[in-house]
Design a protein around this ligand. Structure first.
Ligand code: GDP
Ligand code: IMO
Ligand code: MG
Length: 422
């Protein structure tokens, strides 16, 4: 296998970081192709916990090259802070193991301000991470974004930021009535940060093109999850990028490459951070127990994650719209601690029963139909119990793809491969 994509199949935080780290060991290149530092990918190495937001999770392996593709939005200050943290944990980062596309969109201070003001003042609260993600993608789509290459030229930065500020100033002054830096101040700040970023700026398109030609093993590290996709997700309660499989081809800058395996990282239950519909959400002691023992707190914002049962209609939809070829089932150890076990197998919606959350249905109006299973209490040290096998079998039969990985703890060793990758 030469190429594999890691895709979150739910609402994010499925354990993508851990799986990327483990499979990264076997490949040459790891590419982030969408999102920004709204992501929080946790990797536990011995007694060290490393949370990566923007730097690809391949950085922990010295033989691996980490690439930030042009579909990403990059906050230079946050990136450099993250770099410091990574280096402080003993990892050597150089321009040969970390590359950023010169065409990557920059998150400016204006973007972050707008995100914060909209969330605080409405009218619609999405529950964003407050990192400026949506406004940065707006700038990109409306063709006025600052690109990483611009950080290296003060004159260009001043020109572009001044033009950029014309509309935003009206919002800051009149609508939100908040302080904001002048274009000159913001240009100076970004230019200064650009000096430290410069060694990593590269033509990642040509680099990846060469990797494909040479038959290098490439892993695409998705951020967020399918249900947060700007097109496929639970709009408007989504992020602003293409988190699904399709995002790879535009966001990584690798149009000719073929992705052989699309691995959907799936938590054995469901969680969600922020606002928006969540059909299987639990509001009882079981939900609270899962939240507590699962340490379900956002890795980026520290917010409590909402918890609920596994939702097969949603997963069936994710399999279809992200072309998933197998599943990594994570956090099974948490369900081992719970003495009830339910799975949503279909929804009642507008008088009908449906088994796939196809687009167009209003997820806030569905009534989940549950199948109750015998709970499992496996510690995963030996053979799997019949109960956990039944749980896995139900998932495989419903989704029509195999479960290739079982994860039962945050550490690197707490994993079972049922299928070979790379
Ligand atoms: P990501 O955004 O998809 O990379 O996931 P996060 O890092 O935000 O959240 C997943 C959390 O679960 C992290 O704290 C991981 O260390 C942890 N984790 C990953 N896999 C497992 C697992 O199988 N069991 C347990 N208990 N924790 C896990
Ligand atoms: P990883 O990669 C979970 C959610 C936010 C909010 C919505 C929009 O760690 O799985 P944004 O700041 O992106 O405009 O917020 O998306 N969100 C995530 N939820 N995991 C993430 O990333 C997320 N990134 C964004 O909570 O509901
Ligand atoms: Mg996360």
């Amino acid at each position: 296998m030469k190429s594999l994509a890691i895709i979150g199949s739910q609402w994010g935080d499925e354990g993508k970081g851990k799986i990327t780290d483990l499979l990264g060991l076997k490949c040459d290149v790891v590419v982030r192709y969408q999102g920004g530092n709204n992501a929080g990918h946790t990797i536990i190495v011995g007694d060290k916990k490393i949370v990566l937001h923007l730097i690809p999770s391949g950085i922990l392996h010295s033989h691996c090259t980490s690439v930030v593709g042009h579909g990403v939005v990059l906050d230079p200050g946050a990136f450099l802070d993250e770099l410091k943290n990574v280096e402080a944990s003993g990892i050597k980062v150089t321009s040969s193991n970390l590359m950023i596309s010169a065409n990557t969109t920059v998150i400016t201070h204006y973007n972050k301000l707008l995100d914060g003001q909209r969330e605080a003042k409405g009218p619609v609260k999405i529950g964003t991470t407050g990192k400026g993600i949506g406004p940065a993608y707006e700038d990109k789509i409306s063709r006025k974004a600052i690109k990483v290459r611009d950080l290296l030229n003060l004159e260009v930065l001043e020109q572009k930021l001044s033009a950029n500020l014309i509309e935003k100033e009206a919002l800051f002054k009149n609508l939100y009535q908040c302080e904001y830096p002048s274009a000159k101040e913001e240009a100076a700040r970004l230019f200064e940060l650009g000096k430290s970023l410069a060694p990593f700026v590269a033509d990642t398109f040509s680099y990846l093109d060469k990797c494909v030609t040479e038959g290098k093993k490439i892993l695409f590290e998705g951020a967020q999850g399918v249900l947060l996709d700007i097109d496929y997700g639970s709009y408007p309660f989504v992020t602003s990028s293409s988190t699904s499989y399709g995002g790879i081809f535009t966001g990584a800058g690798m149009p000719a490459g073929k992705v052989e395996e699309v691995l959907g990282i799936t938590k054995a239950y469901t969680t969600r951070v922020g606002e928006g519909p969540f059909p299987t959400e639990l509001f009882d002691d079981v939900g609270e127990k899962i939240q507590t023992i699962g340490h379900e707190f956002g890795a980026t914002t520290g917010r409590k994650r909402r918890c609920g049962w596994l939702d097969l209609p949603l997963l069936k939809y994710s399999v279809k719209c992200s072309a998933l070829t197998s599943i990594a089932l994570t956090k099974l150890d948490i369900l081992s601690e719970v003495d009830v076990l339910k799975v949503c197998t279909s929804y009642k919606y507008e008088g009908k029963e449906i088994d796939c959350a196809y687009p167009g249905i209003d997820l806030s109006k569905v009534e989940p139909v549950y199948k109750e299973l015998k709970p499992f209490t496996d510690d995963f040290s030996g053979k799997l119990s019949t109960e956990v096998k039944d749980y896995i079998a139900l998932i495989e039969q419903t989704l029509g793809i195999p479960v290739g990985i079982l994860a039962f703890g945050p550490e690197r060793s707490q994993i079972k491969f049922l299928k070979e990758y790379f």
